[in-house]
Design a protein around this ligand. Structure first.
Ligand code: COA
Length: 263
């Protein structure tokens, strides 16, 4: 069992903490597995009334572990991609989910927030979706949820250019609820989760179910996943992963242009 996801239950709140700060909490397949188990537990255990996702260190998460992306690109990936199990569980979560975000939230670090019900940002939070920088496509149903949440123009720019969105813009655009100080983040998130845990849970979970079309989200994830797997094996993605490993900028200009066609 990985030590890089810590799970603790306290007064009806299940707290899942990303704990790989030396690698900026980059998420491995094993960590996705532990996160998926935590969400599944929150869905099944009647003692759990709220799920809180948080992270140690100065970065919420650097997103998917890029070394593992590179392994998948060359056919050396894991038998089961736990990320899909995690994202499906999150999209169909019955209990309210609170997220506490400090520093950079890259890739899935941002897209998972679209499935959370209360997002608390530290004042240094930066939301970044660099899928196209890595020659990939958005996942976690974010190709559907992000334009819905913040409008096509902003979502296109976030996805296509991968520029960081600071905390104040994220709140103004409706991607998060509130901003707090870095030092207060976890205490404040725990307070909000406790407040939600004290609400009538039947009412809260029924309200959540009415607000989210889980079936639609899972369909979108399946569509994205098919394209994502194709992109992982592309020459463009290989160049992007190699450039990351070699700590240089990728050069996509020598790769023959490939237009995406409807599937
Ligand atoms: N996958 C694997 N390892 C990662 C990682 C990732 N997504 N992000 C960071 N790391 C590792 C680095 O390789 C480095 O390891 P090392 O100390 O063994 O060299 C360590 O974490 C620290 O990262 P570093 O880049 O030195 O920190 P930084 O503060 O300068 O930058 C980030 C932090 C998050 C901005 C930068 O690491 C980054 O851009 N990471 C990639 C993000 C990304 O594209 N994720 C995929 C999204 S789809």
């Amino acid at each position: 069992m990985t030590q890089e996801i810590k799970v603790a239950l306290s007064d009806g709140v299940l707290i899942a903490t990303l704990s790989r700060p030396d690698k900026k909490n980059a998420i491995t397949n094993e960590m996705y597995g532990a996160l998926a188990d935590a969400v599944a537990r929150a869905n099944e255990d009647d003692e759990i009334r709220v799920l809180l996702i948080q992270a140690e260190g100065d970065t919420f998460t650097a997103g998917n572990d890029i070394a593992e992306f590179a392994a998948q690109a060359t056919g050396n990936g894991p038998d089961e991609r736990h990320v899909l199990r995690f994202l499906r569980a999150l999209a169909t979560a019955t209990v309210p989910v609170v997220a506490a975000v400090q520093g950079k939230a890259v890739g899935v670090g941002t897209t998972m927030l679209l499935h959370c019900d209360y997002v608390l940002l530290a004042e240094d939070a930066l939301l970044i979706t660099p899928f196209v920088n890595l020659a990939l496509v958005p996942e976690a149903a974010s190709s559907y949820l992000l334009p819905l949440r913040i409008g096509h123009a902003r979502a296109f720019e976030m996805f296509a250019l991968g520029d960081p969105v600071p905390a104040d813009a994220a709140v103004t655009w409706g991607m998060a609820n509130r901003i707090t100080g870095v030092a207060e983040l976890h205490t404040e998130a725990r307070r909000i989760a406790g407040k939600l845990a004290a609400r009538p849970n039947g009412s809260l979970t029924a309200m959540k179910r009415l607000m989210r079309d889980a079936e639609r989200l899972v369909t979108q994830m399946d569509d994205e996943s098919a394209v994502f797997v194709e992109r992982l094996a592309s020459a463009e993605a290989r160049e992007a992963f190699m450039a990351f490993a070699q700590k240089r900028q990728p050069d996509f200009t020598k790769i023959v242009r490939q237009s995406s066609r409807p599937r």
